[in-house]
Every structure is written in structure tokens, then in C-alpha cells.
Design a protein around this ligand. Structure first.
Ligand code: ATR
Length: 289
């Protein structure tokens, strides 16, 4: 009789040592009694294309992709889901009928986190997105999909904000960072996608925007989750605004991949969240999935 070893999944990135994804997926494997594996692979940028072309030979059923390989994974995939197509980057890979498919679950993760922690968040009117990088793309995709009709992107480099706004079209506008204060006054949702406030990065103790400018009903969320309470979230809380940290986005973006590889839709529980928070308190910091 042939011995089966269970489905093998991975996360690849560079570096990958501080990734919390193995902890999340291994928690679910154990919780549901599934005999699969989920292992980290540190893949140097020059080796990414080769890694993606040898997944099957390595016995891998699929996996997650993080910085800096999301564009390489997009190029390697033979087909893409709609989100990956729109965002132009892949964070989840799986096989369908022998073909490598690339998806992007960051927008799903972002929306699911707000659904869980700030019900009614889609009824907030105008949204401001700080930053115009890859993370902003996923956020804007989620906002458009969930019905936001006035999405204002502000960025240190104005041209990137305008370019992103043009890419998404109707209802999305691009502005310089200097315009943020004025644009906040009638916004109901503020999303930080810049690295300002992230531990270990330049500008770790800086505010990417002043939440005092927001109306009282506004919700403030940060996709940075190291630290869990960024200076922006602390300032928003001090003003009495509803805040949502970025850890839930990390947890929720992991759900669709696990379901594809292991055949069971996992639940984002309080236990899982507490486990990651406890780990963050003891280990070196990193904001990458
Ligand atoms: P990601 O894919 O994670 O979004 P990115 O593409 O490097 O990463 O984007 C980082 C975002 O943070 C950008 O909007 C960047 O602004 P620029 O487009 O002007 O580079 C923003 N950012 C990073 N450091 C910043 C800083 N010190 N001040 C203001 N914005 C900053």
C-alpha cells in the first residue's frame, strides 16, 4: 500500500524567517486534524521563477507568496483570478486541472477584517487611502467592490496616487500627501497602507495623517500590524474614533488558500488571534505575511 503524506503547501518570500503564516496554517491543520504541511521557503529574487516552475516536482500543492515575489508569481501563473488580474500581483497559488492558478486574497482579507470588527463600515461615505503601493491596490479593489463611490488616494509621490486612481477609474481620485488634511474633513473611512508607523521602518513613530481632522463617525484602520496599535490608531482612539488593527487582514487573507489546498474552510478565531499576538510579543518584528 502506498503511504500518503498529506497535502504539502508553502509560503515563499525573501526574507521569510519572521513570517507568521506557518503559525496560522499549522494551527488550522492541527485544529481540524488534517495531515498536511505548510513550510516556509526562503527564495532569493533570482530564483523565484525557477521555484514556481518546479512546484509540482517538489510535491507542493500550492502556497502563499509574499514580498518580493508577488509579481513573479503573477508572471508564473498560467491563469489568474479576477482580484489578481486587477491588483497585478499574486499572493496565493494552487493547481486546477494541472494548471497553476494565481489568486490574490488581500482584498478579501481587508474586507473580512472590517466586516468582523466594524460592521456597517461600507456605509461610511468617502474613503481615504494613504499610500499608493501594492497594498493600496488591494484595499482600493476591496473598497470598490464593497460599493465605495468616493475613494481618495493620497501619497508622498503624487504621480503614483494619480496613476493608481486612473487605473481604477470612476470614483477614485489621486492627490498629493499635502492635500490629506483637507480631504479628511468629510471622510468616513481612513485606511493607512504606507509603512509609516511600522516598527523597524523609517517613520515608525510618525502619523501618516492627523485623525483629529476626521468627523466623529469615522473609522480608522491600518494595514500595518506591527505594532498592533500604530501611532495612527492610538491617535484615532484618543479622539474617540472607531479603530481596526491590521492583524485581522493577515488572518483573513489566509483563509481562501487553506481552503483550496486542504479542502476545509478555516475559521479565524479569537484563539488564533491571541496566539499570534503572544508570538509578536516574544519574537523579532516583521510586518510581512
Ligand atoms: P506596498 O506594496 O507594501 O504597498 P510600496 O509599494 O513600497 O509597498 O508602497 C509603500 C507606500 O508607503 C508608498 O505609498 C510610499 O510612498 P511613495 O510612493 O511616495 O514611495 C509610502 N511611504 C513609504 N515610506 C514613506 C514615508 N517615509 N513617508 C511617506 N510615505 C511613505
Amino acid at each position: 500500500m502506498v503511504e500518503t503524506t498529506g497535502t504539502k503547501a508553502f509560503i515563499c518570500g525573501y526574507p521569510i524567517g519572521h513570517s507568521r503564516s506557518p503559525m496560522i496554517h499549522r494551527h488550522w491543520l492541527k485544529m481540524y486534524g488534517i495531515s498536511g504541511t505548510y513550510d516556509p521557503f526562503e527564495i532569493a529574487p533570482d530564483d523565484a521563477a525557477d521555484f514556481f516552475s518546479t512546484l509540482r516536482a517538489r510535491g507542493l500543492a500550492g502556497g502563499n507568496v509574499t514580498i518580493p515575489h508577488k509579481e513573479a508569481a503573477f508572471a508564473a501563473a498560467e491563469r489568474h483570478d479576477e482580484a489578481a488580474e486587477i491588483i497585478g500581483a499574486v499572493n496565493t497559488l494552487w493547481f486546477e486541472e494541472g494548471r497553476l492558478v494565481g489568486g490574490n486574497t488581500d482584498a478579501i482579507g481587508f474586507a473580512a477584517n472590517l466586516d468582523e470588527r466594524a460592521p456597517g463600515w461600507t456605509e461610511q461615505g468617502a474613503a481615504i487611502v494613504l499610500g499608493a503601493g501594492g497594498a493600496a491596490r488591494a484595499v482600493i479593489q476591496a473598497l470598490k467592490e464593497r460599493g465605495f463611490r468616493d475613494i481618495r488616494i493620497t501619497n508622498r509621490t503624487e504621480a503614483r496616487a494619480v496613476e493608481l486612481a486612473d487605473r481604477f477609474g470612476d470614483g477614485v481620485s489621486g492627490h498629493p500627501a499635502a492635500a490629506t488634511a483637507e480631504l479628511l474633513s468629510d471622510a468616513g473611512l481612513l485606511v493607512n497602507t504606507t509603512s509609516l508607523g511600522m516598527a523597524g521602518k523609517q517613520g515608525a513613530d510618525e502619523l501618516p495623517a492627523d485623525p483629529d481632522r476626521l468627523p466623529r463617525h469615522a473609522i480608522v484602520t491600518d494595514i500595518v500590524y506591527v505594532p498592533l496599535e500604530t501611532p495612527l490608531l492610538a491617535a484615532a482612539k484618543a479622539r474617540g474614533l472607531k479603530t481596526v488593527d491590521g492583524l485581522g487582514m493577515l488572518l483573513h487573507q489566509a483563509v481562501p488558500g487553506f481552503e483550496r489546498w486542504f479542502g476545509r474552510r478555516p475559521e479565524v478565531t479569537r484563539d488564533l488571534r491571541e496566539m499570534i499576538i503572544a508570538d509578536m510579543a516574544t519574537k523579532a518584528v516583521s510586518g510581512n505575511p
